[in-house]
Design a protein around this ligand. Structure first.
Ligand code: HEM
Length: 163
């Protein structure tokens, strides 16, 4: 049970680094078995799976696993999407497989967490599609990493029993 006056980060509530690494490991297994997404990801780098976990971890308020640990940046992440020519059908499949993976590894499914998670995935994936049609990176190299929070709900679900 969480204290009412201490709101965890999305990263902590999700289960931290281990759960996010487990999530992307399962997700990219599904991606590589998917007819629509296999051609997009068949040449992905060996570090891709772990880098995406670390990127999301950092955006969700965790340690700087991507920008410091992996020497990444928001600019570099955007660069990876340039010219990939993604479209809405690929984006929707990507989201579907990711959310299926969340359920299969029993990530928190309270309304507040899933609402914040889906909002972030919608935002990030739509930006990925937009940038995939470009050849030049629209960001400055010094652009900070995005940061995501709970939004209006303000924190995870607390049942009436706990109040
Ligand atoms: C919230 C949404 C997304 C996030 C946070 C994200 C994150 C990332 C990151 C961190 C990388 C770089 C990995 C590295 O440093 O090695 C990357 C690369 C890439 N992403 Fe995304 N991505 C998102 C959405 C998408 C979507 C919707 C697609 C396709 C449907 C996509 C396709 C790719 C591809 C093809 C690469 C390059 C893989 C490689 O060649 O190594 N991404 N993404």
């Amino acid at each position: 049970m969480i204290e009412k006056n201490t709101v965890p980060t999305l990263y902590d509530w999700a289960g931290g680094k281990e759960i996010l690494e487990k999530l992307t490991e399962l997700f990219y297994k599904k991606v590589l078995m998917d007819d629509l997404l296999y051609p997009v990801f068949k040449n992905m780098s060996v570090d891709h799976t772990i880098h995406v976990a670390h990127f999301i971890a950092e955006v969700f308020g965790g340690p700087k696993l991507y920008s410091e640990g992996d020497e990444g940046s928001h600019y570099k992440m955007i660069s990876h999407h340039l010219g990939k020519m993604l479209d809405e059908s690929k984006r929707q499949r990507w989201i579907k497989l990711l959310l299926e993976s969340c359920d299969e590894i029993n990530m928190p499914d309270d309304p507040e967490f899933r609402s914040a998670l889906v909002a972030y995935l919608e935002w990030g994936s739509r930006i990925a599609v937009i940038n995939s049609g470009k050849t030049n990176n629209p960001l400055n190299e010094t652009e900070p990493m995005p940061a995501w929070g709970w939004g209006i709900p303000g924190g995870p679900y607390i049942s009436n029993q706990d109040s």
